[in-house]
Design a protein around this ligand. Structure first.
Ligand SMILES: CC(C)(COP(=O)(O)OP(=O)(O)OC[C@H]1O[C@@H](n2cnc3c(N)ncnc32)[C@H](O)[C@@H]1OP(=O)(O)O)[C@@H](O)C(=O)NCCC(=O)NCCS
Length: 278
């Protein structure tokens, strides 16, 4: 049996939480000054299962989009798994009645726990990787945060202006817009991550993603030009087919899970989540 104690993460707990996150390779690509765990603590909920000596057995975190709770993380160290720690953390994180969504890993324990909160498995979420250059994209302009916030709320199912403003001020992040679409890009080393992105229609979303990709690689100086691009795309999104046809690879895949009320809010054919922020 797990010691069933969990608690909200305070600033002092962050090294212990990050130690667990680092064991799972979750912080790769984030600057050392800020990462998505800061966002979960600031704009959602971050809880840990502490040990007697103030380390962590595991942690979990959520972010909010309007009424939706996005479960971003649930991780328990291998030596503490299968003893109720994950279940206890989840009870803290998903206690409310509101709509819920998550990207479940292939660990059957994760999906089994989420199903108990009314979440259902709807489609794969494909973590696609490909060359950063070579795909044609339409021209884009720099997007204002207010217009992004509105399009993002429409495609992603709820407003989260604070999280988007936080992400926009993260080193390497740029904001792009087409007519009715938006896309964030973040360059770090030789990689660019696109997302969140969305649009009024599936086509708007696709154009914003391709436009942001082209603009990011065009704008970068020779030394910082990203070589590799990463995009998390719902399996039902029209972007999947052209990217696979262009030779992109499925690096990993999760399962998009949502309860019925969240599914009715999120538009999976016109939304490209950020891998860590949803
Ligand atoms: C997934 C994870 C967070 C679960 O936490 P945990 O502390 O190991 O899990 P718990 O012991 O609290 O609960 C696991 C449940 O899954 C059930 N389970 C185990 N194997 C199962 C299977 N093959 N099918 C269905 N249910 C299964 C167990 O019976 C248990 O339920 P119970 O407590 O009602 O008996 C943890 O194992 C982990 O960190 N895995 C690796 C990282 C990961 O993939 N995280 C998920 C990210 S979405």
């Amino acid at each position: 049996m797990a010691e069933s104690m969990t608690r909200g993460a305070e600033e002092d707990d962050m090294p212990a939480v990050r130690a667990v996150a680092a064991r799972f390779g979750l912080l790769r690509g984030w600057p050392s000054t800020r990462d998505f765990l800061d966002a979960e603590r600031a704009f959602g909920t971050l809880v840990l299962a502490p040990t007697a000596d103030d380390q962590a057995r595991g942690f979990g975190g959520t972010l909010r989009r309007g009424a939706i709770t996005h479960l971003g993380d649930l991780f328990v160290l291998p030596e503490h798994q299968s003893s109720g720690v994950g279940r206890t953390l989840l009870a803290e994180l998903l206690a409310g009645d509101g709509p819920k969504v998550t990207f479940a890993s292939s660990d059957p324990r994760a999906m089994s726990l989420y199903i108990r909160y009314g979440l259902r498995a709807w489609c794969p979420l494909l973590y696609l990787t490909g060359p950063a250059t070579g795909l044609p994209g339409p021209p884009v302009r720099e997007a204002r945060l207010e217009e992004i916030a509105e399009l993002d709320a429409h495609a992603g199912g709820g407003a989260r202006a604070d999280t988007l403003a936080w992400y926009a001020s993260t080193p390497g992040v740029t904001r792009h817009a087409t007519g009715q679409g938006y896309a964030f890009a973040r360059v770090s080393g030789d990689e660019v991550v696109i997302g969140p992105a969305g649009g009024a229609t599936p086509r708007d979303c696709t154009e914003a993603v391709l436009g942001a990709l082209a603009a990011t690689t065009r704008a970068s100086g020779a030394e910082t030009t990203p070589r590799v691009a990463r995009i998390a795309v719902p399996g039902v999104h029209p972007l999947v087919s052209p990217l696979i046809e262009a030779g992109w690879r499925i690096g990993d895949l999760d399962t998009f899970m949502a309860d019925d009320s969240a599914l009715s809010l999120i538009r999976l054919d016109r939304y490209v989540p950020h891998p860590d922020l949803g």
